[in-house]
Design a protein around this ligand. Sequence first.
Ligand SMILES: [Mg+2]
Length: 156
Amino acid sequence: MSTKLAFFDIDGTLSAPYYPVNGVLQAGMTDEQWLEFCRTYREDSYHFCKPVMPVIRYARELRCRGAELYVLSTSQTKEEDLSKEHIIAKWCPDLFREILTVRKDSEKTLKILEIADALGVDPAECELVEDTYSLVLDAIGKGIKGTHVAQIVCDL
Ligand SMILES: [Mg+2]
C-alpha cells in the first residue's frame, strides 16, 4: 500500500545530533543536561546539528507521490518544542503539514493512529520514519509501516 500519511522523527532522523558540551561537539547528553541545554540555547538548541539530507529527499519524494507529511517528535518542554519548530522552519520550510510533539516515545504510534482515524486513513497507509528501533517495531506491530532511518540512508 502506498503511503498517504508519513511521520518523521527529528533527533537522529531528520537531524544529525551535534551539541556543544564543555567546548566539544558531541552526539548527546543526559536528559537533565538536555533540559538545561534547551533552557540556555532556547530556539537555537539545534544550531550545531546538521540536516540528514537523504531523509529530507525521501520526505520530498513521498510528498511528490501524494503523501501528507508530519514531523512527530518527542519533546519534554516548551523550550524544546520551540527549538524543533525553529530548526524545521530553517531546514525545510513548507515541507511538513504540521509539527506534532508528544511527551513520551510510547505516545508516537497512538498519535499516528489518532490522526489516521480522524482523517479516515488506513494505518497501513501511514508510515513512521524513525531511528529508534523499538518504535519502528511498535509501529509495525500496530499495522503501520515502520521505516528505520538506516534503510533510507543506505540506499542513497
Ligand atoms: Mg530519534
